[in-house]
Design a protein around this ligand. Structure first.
Ligand SMILES: *Cc1c(COP(=O)(O)O)cnc(C)c1O
Length: 406
């Protein structure tokens, strides 16, 4: 976003649109940043000689960005071959909104939805023997085959068959189960975001060796082998295989501090905006917010912002966070409440009621990142993004204009 969010909203208001509910808090989702990130990520893969398709990981409502709106953008890109989510319900949200590309469900899918899952052409992750039998029955009932992706555990110890003799038996059994087509096989890295990549490469070797064994012993050449998450896709392109699964980086966020920022340029997609609703001078020693844990040591200007932890602005940020007002960084003071919080704006003498407040994003020369809020709150950038609450409207921006409000 080159212009300020306030300018974008001003322009939108001139169209006669009602922006009332955006004043309290809203999350701006910059679709230009999203497509820019994707194209640079894909460009890097190509540059490294790994021109493979990508799956956009849009579980947890697209890491809080809105899975449907993200999928509508990525659906148009020919190098995005499928979407990935965590649950059947998340997959249905996409289909109900008209998203047509294949959807991979990365977690365990419970049997109650297998018939519909087959009808909707979702690809479940499979690693339990009972799932094979139940999917087979559903396939018979619906008269259609089911395309599965076998999950292999090479070091995460979460889901997946082990890459050993038992694992091989499982693949054999899946091959022999009527109605089942083994479209893909995948594993997931536990430590691809760490400076030392040897563990991730060990997992990769175990996975590749297992895939080769499947081919040699069972004569099965699985069409889509995939293991790379965001960190691996940009750091270890040699692990790209037939497809990469990118979540965090397409939102312009970093998998960890240990990932080299020079590998690819990322632009944050989400920013958070509010307004000052009240401002007052308080004498030194005035206690502010619950518990009275904070009191300024001099006459101070205190501003109230109608945002709190119920919006996802974590209470754990108490005493740590700052926000941007008129391009300047000011501290959040006193405990963060459920729906409100206070700022000390003494350093911005012209601050006034109605001023925009940037909780996340850029204003003037400064920027607050999700990495900053994630680590200050003792959370994590992934977690912070997911926690931006449903009551926060999302404003989608393309070409510098508001295109949708959800
Ligand atoms: C969430 C997830 C991803 C995406 O991870 P990022 O670090 O966000 O790229 C990829 N694969 C699986 C199996 C996942 O659960």
């Amino acid at each position: 976003m080159n212009q300020s969010f306030a300018d974008i909203i001003e322009a939108y208001k001139k169209t006669g649109a009602d922006c009332g509910n955006l004043s309290r808090i809203c999350a701006a989702i910059d679709l230009d940043a999203l497509t820019g990130n994707l194209s640079r990520i894909h460009g890097r893969l190509r540059q490294c000689g790994c021109d493979v398709p990508m799956t956009d990981v849009i579980k947890a409502d697209g890491y809080g960005h809105g899975s449907v709106m993200i999928a509508r953008e990525t659906e148009k890109l020919d190098y995005i071959s499928a979407h990935a989510v965590a649950t059947y319900e998340e997959a249905m949200d996409l289909r109900s909104a008209g998203i047509r590309k294949p959807v991979i469900i990365l977690g365990y899918t419970f049997p109650y939805c297998y018939d519909e899952l087959i009808i909707q052409d979702f690809r479940p992750a499979v690693f339990r023997t009972d799932t094979l039998a139940e999917l087979s029955q559903s396939s018979e009932r619906t008269g259609r085959p089911v395309r599965i992706h076998i999950a292999v555990d090479t070091g995460m110890s979460r889901i997946g068959i082990r890459p050993d003799e038992n694992g091989l038996d499982f693949v054999r059994q899946a091959m022999e189960t009527p109605g089942i087509i083994i479209e893909g096989m995948f594993t997931h890295f536990a430590r691809a975001d760490e400076e030392d990549t040897s563990d991730a490469l060990k997992q990769f070797t175990a996975f590749r060796t297992f895939a080769r064994t499947v081919k040699d012993e069972l004569g099965l050449d699985i069409p889509v082998l995939h293991c790379a998450n965001s960190a691996a896709a940009i750091r270890l392109p040699e692990t790209a295989m037939d497809m990469v699964r990118c979540g965090i980086i397409m939102y312009g966020l970093w998998p960890s501090d240990e990932v080299d920022r020079d590998l690819v340029r990322l632009e944050p997609v989400m920013s958070l905006h509010s307004h000052i609703v009240y401002i007052k001078d308080v004498p030194a020693g005035t206690r502010i917010s619950y518990g009275g844990i904070y009191a300024p040591d001099r006459l101070s200007r205190i501003a109230t912002v109608p945002v709190g932890y119920a919006d996802g602005y974590s209470r754990g940020l108490t005493g740590k966070a700052s926000v941007l007002v008129r391009g300047r960084r000011v501290p959040v003071v006193g405990r963060i409440c459920m729906d409100q919080m206070m700022l000390d704006v003494s350093s911005v003498p012209d601050a006034a009621e109605g001023d925009p407040v940037t909780l996340l994003g850029r204003d003037g020369g400064d920027e607050i990142t999700l990495e900053e809020l994630g680590s200050l709150s003792g959370r994590f950038n992934y977690e912070f993004a997911c926690d931006v609450n449903k009551r926060v409207p999302r404003v989608y921006i393309r070409d510098g204009l508001v295109t949708a409000i959800e």
